[in-house]
Write a protein that binds this ligand. Structure first.
Ligand SMILES: C[S@@+](CC[C@H](N)C(=O)[O-])C[C@H]1O[C@@H](n2cnc3c(N)ncnc32)[C@H](O)[C@@H]1O
Length: 362
């Protein structure tokens, strides 16, 4: 293990060389599958490092507690099953509506549906977007609106995936408000981001007030989170143009495994884009006010509005535990993506950040 760590440290300057300005991929332009080939692309070794293989018995964090990866998966499932019905209302209350601004900016920066570098000169080609940990649909719906309405490209389709059926079911109910053409371009898939080779279409989940249903195949009571034993499909290698994950990745039990899967499913030239809470510590006064708000107010609001203090306590602890902007950028590079410049963009002083990486063309 020590030898592997030393090797990774020794390789880091070489990998970071791909972020040299001369080789930068400029993400101010939209994502595209037709970006030029990078001569000095970083290519991870073909062998998957041990830490990127999910192991249910390996220690990890659930907020400030140390648990196993398997326990974290179950407890995170419990949190999101519990908050699914109040999730959208709570997001507005907790962030004073800022999450909408961040999500709008995230989607605008990716400009789905517009790809200026296509060989035939037509910037509107078919694109497949995979929104992982899609929850109740905020990113997927914005992607469809931008692609279909703003960019006039109806050939963009979005797959919304999540490990939690309760969240995805709320998302599906919300999608009824979309125009029919956008609904037709949207699909729902149950999947664990750490293993996208095992998925299944969304099985509707009862709301907490409804009786528990039974799985028609196993006759066991339906659980709120995806059981890979019931998988019927897979997200194939090199099938996705844009992979998005918003406020989801800090909840994963094994983030390197999810990054490895992101790289597998993306086409060469495809883009990984992540919106996540981050560190606001470049601004100490603002940071201490923000932390006071997070740790004092958010669990209390959770208790008063959603009658669920514990879930919101976990949410603020999970934000605190998530790696810094540069640490997470290094994890993205380690997973074999190339990044532009610093590799991230701070939002609201670093309260949230957008990270992007491109899967190199071989
Ligand atoms: C805070 S919500 C974000 C939802 C949505 N992306 C948004 O921005 O509003 C986090 C989501 O991550 C999902 N999630 C947690 N662990 C996951 C995993 N291993 N694989 C896929 N989704 C996961 C949860 O079920 C939940 O829906």
């Amino acid at each position: 293990m020590a030898a592997r760590t030393a090797l990774r440290r020794a390789l880091r300057p070489v990998r970071n060389a791909v972020t040299h300005p001369a080789q930068q991929v400029h993400f101010t332009r939209p994502f595209s599958t037709t970006v030029p080939s990078l001569a000095a692309s970083s290519s991870p070794s073909s062998a998957t490092p041990e830490y990127a293989i999910p192991d249910p018995s390996r220690p990890t964090h659930f907020g400030f507690q140390t648990v196993t990866e398997g326990e974290k998966r179950e407890r995170v499932a419990g949190v999101f099953t519990s908050v699914a019905e109040s999730y959208d209302r709570m997001n507005d209350l907790m962030s004073f509506g800022w999450h909408r601004v961040w999500k709008d900016h995230f989607v605008a920066s990716l400009n789905p549906g517009f790809s200026p570098l296509t060989s035939d000169g037509d910037p509107r080609g078919p694109q497949h977007i995979l929104d992982v940990a899609g929850g109740t649909g905020d990113i997927a719906f914005r992607m469809l609106h931008t692609a279909h309405v703003l960019n006039g490209n109806p050939s963009v389709r979005v797959t919304m995936s999540d490990i939690n059926r309760a969240m995805l079911t709320v998302g599906k109910q919300r999608s009824a408000q979309l125009p029919a053409s956008q609904r037709a371009a949207l699909s729902f898939v149950e999947a664990n981001a750490e293993d996208l080779s095992r998925t299944r279409p969304l099985h509707p989940y009862p709301s907490p007030s409804e009786p528990t249903t039974h799985d028609s195949q196993t006759q066991k009571p339906e659980q709120a989170f995806f059981d890979p034993a019931t998988a019927t499909g897979s997200i194939p290698d090199s099938s996705v143009d844009l992979y998005t994950v918003a406020f989801g990745i800090r909840n994963f039990s094994n983030i390197p495994a999810a990054l490895r899967e992101a790289r597998r499913v993306l086409k060469p030239g495809g883009v990984f884009a992540c919106l996540e809470f981050s560190k606001a510590d470049k601004h100490p006064l603002f940071n201490s006010l923000y932390k006071e708000w997070s740790f004092r107010a958010i669990p209390l609001i959770g208790q008063l509005v959603a009658a669920d203090r514990d879930s919101y306590q976990y949410l603020v602890e999970s934000i605190e535990r998530f790696p810094s902007q540069t640490e997470f950028r290094d994890m993205i590079v380690d997973a074999g993506f190339v990044v532009a410049g610093e590799g991230y963009e701070d939002l609201t002083g670093g309260v949230a950040a957008i990270h992007k990486g491109m899967k190199p063309r071989d």
